[in-house]
Design a protein around this ligand. Structure first.
Ligand SMILES: Cc1ncc(COP(=O)(O)O)c(C=O)c1O
Length: 394
């Protein structure tokens, strides 16, 4: 039969990202394309111990249906994590989600009618773009520099689009650029959101993984009008396979969120919620996060050194103080989709920048991931990449 899909399903046979990831998955190819945490640091033993305790002491509760807002034991732990992130909140403002991906999807579903305008950083997380597109959003990109979204351009966009409903931002160690919004800009960002009366979706999966510089409070810290919906996740600080994240927000938004979540999946995995709550009770999460940050710092330094040694001298690159990605901008008018093909022939892969742009991509850009590759692989892969770049740019 001919399947008549809704407009929410991408109307193209052209799955560019799927093709990129498939090419990168070839075992001969060294891939800097993914965005996976280092699995050798998953706290397997500690998680096993937490799971054992849960099965021994609260097995029947943990295997039962739960509620959409999330288990109180976990939400209590999240209140403490938020306090450490300089956000004072209470358990009734917190909802547990099936990862930040679900937070993004449900919020988009709640706020975006077809044709509504949303503002994003340019470039931004490509799955968020897919979600916004699926709800028919008109996506407006705002230029960034090394200090995050440019506030002059943000205000220009707000003036040009007074109908704007919400702004989505990843202020800390952004995906894909690794850049962080400066302190002054954070304050200005919230002031502009207040002035133009728009909702803020703050996505913070990487903020805890800082290995250089000074910690910066999330936008939510500066939110005097309760308009910032803060989203974070256990994916990068514990284990993405457990699929748990959270939102912190206004009570009215949360009560509607809970209704929408109920029809999406009833609730997030109850067993995982109990296990993570127990893990947090039994272990020092900051000791674990320090191990992750130290390893990523080391890998970042190696990749940075290789960029300096192997890349064309006029290539520009971000210098993240945390997170998992470096963003590269090549000089001249380079088609990085074509460049990607050349690199795959050299058995090395990255993600071309195009997919991270809501509209017109910036030429010559691509994202490198360093969290999921060991030292030797970084050295060999970056040499291959440098050779491929030089060959392609000649
Ligand atoms: C910016 C950003 N937001 C959200 C997510 C989704 O994370 P989760 O595993 O919590 O669904 C990711 C995953 O890589 C991400 O990079």
């Amino acid at each position: 039969m001919t399947f008549e899909y809704s407009k929410r399903v991408p109307q193209t046979d052209n799955d560019v990202v799927g093709e990129i990831l498939e090419a990168a998955a070839n075992p001969a190819v060294i891939s800097f394309a993914g965005g996976l945490p280092a699995p050798e640091l998953f706290p397997v033993k500690e998680m096993q111990k937490a799971a054992d305790t849960v099965f021994e002491t609260e097995g029947q509760t943990a295997l039962q249906y739960s509620n959409a807002i999330g288990e109180k034991v976990l939400r209590d732990e999240i209140v403490k994590l938020m306090a450490d992130r300089k956000v004072t909140t209470t358990v009734d403002h917190i909802g547990v989600t099936t990862g930040s991906e679900q937070s993004i999807d449900l919020l988009a579903k709640m706020f975006i009618n077809p044709g509504d305008t949303v503002i994003v950083e340019e470039p931004t997380y490509l799955c968020t773009l897919d979600v916004f597109r699926s709800y028919g959003a008109n996506i407006v990109g705002v230029e960034m520099d090394e200090n995050g979204m440019r506030m002059d351009k943000f205000e220009e966009a707000l003036k040009a689009h007074p109908e704007t409903k919400l702004v989505y931002t990843i202020p800390t160690f952004q995906n894909p650029t690794g850049r962080t919004m400066s302190l002054d800009r954070r304050k200005e960002f919230v002031e502009l959101a207040n002035k133009y009366d728009i909702l803020v979706m703050e996505d913070d999966p990487y903020g805890a993984i800082r290995y250089e510089g000074t910690e910066l409070p999330p936008l939510k810290h500066f939110d005097t009008q309760d308009r910032v919906v803060y989203m974070s996740t256990f994916s990068k600080i514990l284990a993405p396979g457990m699929r748990l994240g959270w939102i912190v927000c206004n009570l009215d938004v949360l009560s509607n969120f809970v209704v929408m979540k109920q029809s999406a999946d009833l609730h997030s995995d109850n067993l995982s919620q109990h296990i993570i709550a127990k893990f947090l009770e039994q272990n020092d999460i900051y000791k674990h996060i320090k191990e992750i940050s130290d390893l990523y710092h080391h890998r970042f330094e190696l990749m940075l050194e290789a960029i300096k040694n192997e890349f064309p001298a006029d290539a520009k690159y971000s210098h993240p103080e945390g997170g998992m990605f470096i963003w590269v901008e090549l000089p001249g008018d380079v088609d990085t989709m074509e460049l990607f093909k050349t690199c795959v022939e050299h058995n090395v892969a990255f993600v071309p920048g195009d997919s991270f742009y809501p509209n017109q991509p910036k030429r010559g850009t691509f994202r490198l991931n360093f969290s999921n590759v060991d030292d030797e692989t970084i050295k060999v892969g970056m040499k291959r990449l440098g050779d491929a770049l030089k060959a392609a740019l000649q």
